[in-house]
Write a protein that binds this ligand. Sequence first.
Ligand code: 6R9
Length: 638
Amino acid sequence: MKLQINSFEEYQEAYKKSVEQPEEFWAGVADNFFWKKKWTNVLNWNFTEPSIKWFEGGKVNITENCLDRHIYQLGDQPALIWEPNDPNEAHRILTYKQLLQKVETFATVLKNNNIKKGDRVCIYLPMVPELAIAVLACARIGAIHSVVFGGFSAQSIADRITDAECKLVITSDGSYRAKKVLELKSIVDDALMQCKSVERVIVLTRTRTPVSMIKGRDVWWEDEIKKVETQGNPPCPAEEMDAEDNLFILYTSGSTGKPKGVVHTTGGYMVYTGYTFSNVFQYQPGEVYFCTADIGWITGHSYIIYGPLSQGATTLMFEGTPTYPDAGRLWDIVEKYKVNILYTAPTAIRSLMAFGDEFLENKDLSSIRKLGSVGEPINEEAWNWFNEKIGKGKAPIVDTWWQTENGGILISPLAGITPTIPGYAMSPLPGVQPCLMDENGKEIEGNDVSGNLCIKFPWPGMLRTTWGDHERCRQTYFATYENKYFTGDGCYRDKDGYYRITGRVDDVLNVSGHRIGTAEVENAINMHADVVESAIVGYPHPVKGQGIYAYVIANPHREDADKTRADILQTVSRLIGAIAKPDVIQFVTDLPKTRSGKIMRRILRKIAEGDTGSLGDTSTLQDPTVVDSIIEAAKEFR
Ligand code: 6R9
């Protein structure tokens, strides 16, 4: 069976087969990959434990599929194009041959530093080619990577390292972001004061920021590479992995407690990311594909590295931000490399839209053939702007809905093959069986209906567990509705059966496409010495999608509210990272609570949205007058 669908009829056929004969269907897809040994059983699953096994008995290494198998035909084709933060610095291009060579060399470095199959490696690097190389080198030898986004604080890194018991950390002296230099190594040093498991830190030179290298623990990336080269740079064979061996851990926020480590395994993830990349973007040989995500998030894992490389694509990686040196930067990059496929996020589109169309003047965007959006619901205005100004009305837009836990895209159009509607993720990909559920656990049949989005049947890219805490995985995703994976998203299915994702139905915020748990932010704020209690809700934000609104009960003896606010922001930055800083902090003397002491977030959400005309039933509150004083004081922030 060929991997790529090329017509609407083929999509319908593939979908039908994937539901009626899922095992045959996915075996047919998996046959397009290189297996060291074929699987004995395609699928074994139950959603109660949950236990999900794809391609059992199969032996495979994902890097052989991403690199080695392309060498004969595509060896000299660019695998990775890298555009630096500073447009005046030289860009870099690595062909498939060169990338394989670098991955093998660094994989040997990892081995020389005592890393073996199954060991966890934390990667905290800027968006430079070495980040992709480090990720692939881990996969090459079967080490489990845990990439931590460069915007997270020392405390967040420490939590993630401790949870996964990482043995090694890969970082750089610093990282460039627009005009700023972030001191990554120094942040790692702070984190490591708490982490006993780490034996070694490999430090890449990027910014030449002074760093303190600790004897016996810290080594330079460049020195380690040289050692391997003086040994004659021996090849590093790909470790034979079981299809269900762990590939990576990626931490993501939920509605309660600390972020959880989502675990993806090798075979299913490889098949799913490759299949969805090829089909959703309708990738054609030679096309230049640019995904603006950061590799610290799942989109970067699946659709900058693994998906595109397994399909022999040319993937472009950008170190900087869309607004530096100005809001025309993405268009400069499109022009410079003749980008054919651009995959970005609604928050980026809205922000560039707000800068005005003069940044588009004299930019040659004629190479663009396909556009993609991911991370949050896209509003119609942004969709239309993207369509008209960037795609010139000729490039299909794929609004791709999926989650860290899913491994790859679940609901999306296929570019140029299936229909699109602004704001709609449209139809499930082959192998994906969505359903809408009501509050009583019953499936909502038919069309023109809304409900909680669940998936009824496993797909190869889905998470297998949450690291070190399988019960949490069961509880979070498989306990709400019997025999179904619960996404946490609300969804509308229109009269024609097309899906529109309406946003989270739990206490998870989506700020500029980043998932942030309200409980996490509250815990951080509550750590501040002057804070008694706090409640976090989201509210509509013109650029970020959602903004963070904090209601805080603070120590009344502190009179300088602005100083306390600044201190609270600093606390959140330290404990989580700047991305979790509230946009609004409103001091309150009390929070609206039910008689059993539960904060009524529904009311706080309405106030933050400025929608105080319809607060609903407030009669169950301990003290209904609290609400009036909060509404009154909230006017200051409108
Ligand atoms: C890939 C990614 C997942 C949450 C998800 C949903 C929101 C993602 C979306 C979308 C509407 C889309 N989301 N894509 N909402 N339309 N096309 O973003 O993963 O960081 O885990 O976030 O993002 O709410 O539940 P992740």
